[in-house]
Design a protein. Sequence first.
Length: 138
Amino acid sequence: MSTRTRFGPAPSLDDFAAIAQAALDSLGEPFRERAGAVSIRIENLADEDTLEHLHIEDPFELTGLYSGVALTLDLHSAPSTTPPVVWLYRLAIIDEWLADGEVALEDLIAHVLVHELAHHFGWSDEEIDRVLEMDDEP
């Protein structure tokens, strides 16, 4: 019989929240201040309504989501009443982390968080990818 290695339990929702908060706290200015109005919510997986709205069948394909109005679209004369929220989906992130095997879980959570916060700043997916690629360069 082979010996099993025990790695411990998967990080909890609270663990994810703490890791995301640490990533948020590490952002430079002016990003940290502008991201301060954004709530961070951690769920195991996206709910059925969200998946259906985004035309996603497999909940493990969605690691994060920004809901709210981007700063570039919010008008001071008619501010949005929709609170900005970044959703991080714990099980989908863990699944991606296990499949990758090369990145620290904290780094992946920070990556997803920054990607979703960038939508709050009004950046397109292409702009976000360019910025995140620059961070990955040695």
